[in-house]
Design a protein. Structure first.
Length: 82
C-alpha cells in the first residue's frame, strides 16, 4: 500500500496487504520469497513484522523492511541486534 525509501538506514519501508482466499494464513518465508521477486531483492535482506490476519482469513496486513544489503540489515535491524 505505502512505500517509503529511507536512505539514512539503507532500506525501503512498506506496508503490505496480502490477499489469500484459499489459505488460512501465509508463513513469513512465503511472504519474503514473493517480496524478493517483486522488489528484485534477496530474501535474506527482507524483514517482516506486524502481520495481522483478518477474522475469517483471506486477508493479511503487515509491515516490511527491504534493506539494500545484508550488511545493512545486520547493522540496523532491531531483531538482528539482539
Amino acid at each position: 500500500r505505502k512505500f517509503i525509501k529511507n536512505p539514512l538506514l539503507a532500506r525501503k519501508q512498506c506496508s503490505i496487504e496480502l490477499i489469500h482466499p484459499e489459505m488460512a494464513n501465509l508463513s513469513k518465508a512465503q511472504i519474503k520469497e514473493k517480496l524478493a521477486k517483486v522488489l528484485k531483492s534477496k530474501d535474506e535482506c527482507i524483514s517482516i513484522f506486524g502481520l495481522q490476519t483478518k477474522f475469517g482469513g483471506g486477508k493479511t496486513t503487515g509491515f516490511a523492511l527491504v534493506y539494500d544489503s545484508f550488511d545493512a540489515k545486520k547493522k540496523y535491524d532491531q531483531k538482528t541486534l539482539r
